[in-house]
Design a protein around this ligand. Structure first.
Ligand code: AMP
Length: 126
């Protein structure tokens, strides 16, 4: 398993002390379920559903709204990985959430996709 952050230079706004950057550097533990060239996935520490995973790119992207065309392949890879992990875990029905900005519920400023499944999920979300 590769654990290093890729060489992509972090934008100035990116704070590399965030918890997901620390998990990517293996400075703090996580229940890792997936690790490939572009992303890792691990269990959320405060699960909101029987399955609650976070899919995190190795690239230092603060939030979806700051991604650029250069990130398109990584963004597609995150979604495909998220869907595959939900299916693998036995949940063909799942919700994939990206909180973008503090006002939308983002608390960790390293892009991540939440994978939620295993209970009925209301719409609209809170
Ligand atoms: P968001 O609010 O969209 O930024 O989501 C951040 C998520 O990270 C929350 O669901 C937290 O429970 C989760 N989280 C925070 N710290 C950790 C950690 N050390 N390991 C796993 N999940 C974490």
């Amino acid at each position: 398993m590769s654990s290093a952050l890729p060489a992509t230079p972090a934008p100035l706004s990116y704070d590399s002390s965030n918890v997901f950057a620390r998990i990517l550097r293996r400075e703090i533990p996580a229940q890792l379920l997936h690790d490939d060239e572009h992303c890792i996935a691990f269990r959320d520490v405060a699960p909101q559903a029987p399955l609650h995973l976070l899919v995190v790119p190795k690239r230092p992207i603060r939030m979806l709204g700051e991604a650029t065309a250069a990130d398109a392949a990584v963004l597609g890879h995150l979604l495909l990985t998220a869907a595959a992990l939900a299916k693998q875990a036995g949940y063909p029905d799942a919700r994939f959430v990206i909180n973008n900005g503090a006002g939308a519920g983002q608390s960790v400023f390293h892009l991540h996709v939440h994978v939620l499944a295993g209970r009925s999920l209301a719409w609209p979300p809170g």
